[in-house]
Design a protein around this ligand. Structure first.
Ligand code: NAD
Ligand code: DAU
Length: 350
C-alpha cells in the first residue's frame, strides 16, 4: 500500500484533493497533515473522515522536528504540498507569517522527504502546489507559460515564488523527485469567505456592500476547485519529474463583470427582483501593488496529459452558489469570531 501525505488538506483546495484521493484510490493510505489555522476546517471532510484509508494528523509545517517525526512514522511514498498562508491581503499586513509557513515550512518538508528517502527515489514524488501569481502581472494581452520568468509582487507571491525555487533547488542539488503545478484562481464549495467570490456570496446573502477594489477592471482566470484537484491527481501520477505544469481553463473575467454575473445568478436563486444584488456593489480603496491581469496558458498540461476542465464557468458558479445556499451553517461558523475582526480591519478605511 502506498502512503501519500497531503499537507493543508483541511483547507479549501486541500480538502478537495484529499477527497479525490481517498475516494479514487482505496489502496492508498492518505495522511492529511494540517495545522488547522483559521483557514483549515475539518468540517470540510466530514464525509470521508471515517474511511479506513484516511488519517488526519494535526501538525505545523513550521515545526521541523515534528514534521521529521511524522515522516519517520508514516514513511510517505508521495507528498502533495498545499499547506500555505494563501490570502494576498493578509500577506500585505503580515508578510513574515507568509515567509514562515510558505518558505520555511516548505523547506522543512523538503528536508524531511530527503531524510527519509535518503537517495532511494524509485516510486517517490514531492508535488508542490503553487500559483500563477509567481509570474507577476500581464498587460492587456499575453498568457503565462511555464517559461515565463518569475516576477512576484505581493509578499504572498514572493513567498510562493521562493518556495518554488527551493523545490527546484532540491531537485537540482539533491536529485529529489519533485514536480510543480502553478494554478490560476480557484472557486467552489468550501472557499473561505475572505476571497472575492465567497465574500460576495456571503455579503449578498446578508445584504451587505460588495467591495470592489479600485476600478474593478483587474482580471483573473478562474478554475473550478474540483478541476484543480483532478489536475493535481493527473500531474502527480503522470507528470514528468522535475517539470512544472500550468493549470487553468482559459477563463478570464474582469472582477466587475464576474461580480455582476454572480449578482445575476444570486438574485435568480434567491427569488429576488433582477438588479437587487448589483445595487450592493461598492468601489473601495485599491489593494496596494494590485496585479492587473493573470491568465494561464494551459497548453502543456492539455497536450502532454490530456487535461481539460470538466465544467464551464457558468456551471461551476451555479454549483458553488448552490453549495453556499445549502451550507449556510458552514458559512455562519467560519464568519463568526476572528473573521469579524479581520473583516472590520480590512475594509475599515474603504
Ligand atoms: P487555504 O488558505 O484555504 O488553506 C490552507 C490550508 O493550509 C489550511 O487548511 C491551513 O490550516 C493549512 N496551513 C496553513 N499554515 C499551516 C502550517 N504552518 N502548517 C500546516 N498547515 C498549515 O488555501 P487554498 O486556497 O486551499 O490553497 C492551497 C494551496 O494552493 C496553497 O499552497 C496556495 O498557494 C495554492 N493555490 C491556491 C489557489 C487559490 O485560488 N486558492 C490557486 C493556486 C494555488
Ligand atoms: O491566482 C491564484 C491566486 O488566487 C492564489 O494563489 C491565491 O491563494 C488566491 O487567494 C487568489 O488570489 P487573488 O488575490 O487573485 O484572489 P482574491 O479572491 O483575494 O481576489 C480576486 C480579485 O478580486 C483580485 O483582483 C482582488 C479583487 N478583490 C478581492 C477582494 C477580497 C476585490 O475587488 N475585493 C475584495 O474584497
Amino acid at each position: 500500500m502506498k502512503t501519500i501525505l497531503i499537507t493543508g488538506g483541511a483547507g479549501f483546495i486541500g480538502s478537495h484533493v484529499v477527497r479525490e484521493f481517498v475516494n479514487k484510490y482505496p489502496d492508498y493510505h492518505i495522511v492529511n497533515l494540517d495545522a488547522l489555522t483559521y483557514a483549515g476546517n475539518l468540517e470540510n471532510l466530514k464525509d470521508i473522515e471515517n474511511k479506513s484509508n484516511y488519517t488526519f494528523v494535526k501538525a505545523d509545517i513550521r515545526d521541523a522536528d515534528h514534521i521529521l517525526a511524522i515522516f519517520q512514522e508514516y514513511r510517505p511514498d508521495g507528498v502533495i504540498h498545499l499547506a500555505a498562508e494563501s490570502h494576498v491581503d493578509r500577506s500585505i499586513s503580515d508578510p513574515l507569517a507568509f515567509v514562515m509557513t510558505n518558505v520555511i515550512g516548505t523547506v522543512n518538508l523538503l528536508n524531511a522527504a530527503k531524510a527519509i528517502w535518503n537517495g532511494e527515489y524509485e516510486g517517490k514524488r514531492f508535488h508542490h502546489v503553487s500559483t500563477d501569481e509567481v509570474y507577476g502581472t500581464l498587460g492587456e494581452t499575453g498568457l503565462f507559460t511555464e517559461q515565463t520568468a518569475y516576477d512576484p509582487h505581493s509578499p504572498y507571491s514572493a513567498s510562493k515564488a521562493s518556495s518554488d525555487h527551493f523545490v527546484r533547488a532540491y531537485h537540482d542539488t539533491y536529485g529529489l523527485p519533485v514536480i510543480l503545478t502553478n494554478c490560476s484562481n480557484n472557486y467552489g464549495p468550501n472557499h473561505f469567505p475572505e476571497k472575492l467570490i465567497p465574500l460576495c456570496i456571503h455579503n449578498i446573502l446578508n445584504e451587505k456592500p460588495l467591495p470592489i477594489y479600485g476600478n474593478g477592471k483587474y482580471t483573473r482566470d478562474w478554475l473550478f476547485v474540483i478541476d484543480h484537484a483532478r489536475a493535481i491527481d493527473l500531474v502527480f501520477h503522470q507528470g514528468k519529474t522535475g517539470d512544472s505544469y500550468n493549470v487553468g481553463g482559459f477563463n478570464e473575467w474582469q472582477n466587475i463583470d464576474l461580480v455582476k454575473e454572480l449578482c445575476k445568478q444570486m438574485d435568480e436563486k434567491l427569488g429576488r427582483p433582477a438588479g437587487t444584488a448589483e445595487k450592493l456593489i461598492t468601489y473601495v480603496k485599491d489593494r496596494p501593488g494590485h496585479d492587473l491581469r493573470y491568465a494561464i496558458d494551459a497548453t502543456k498540461i492539455n497536450q502532454e496529459l490530456g487535461y481539460t476542465p470538466s465544467v464551464t464557468f457558468e456551471q461551476g458558479l451555479s454549483i458553488t452558489i448552490d453549495w453556499f445556499l445549502n451550507n449556510q451553517e458552514w458559512l455562519d461558523n467560519v464568519t463568526s469570531g476572528d473573521y469579524q475582526k479581520y473583516y472590520e480591519g480590512q475594509y475599515r478605511e474603504s
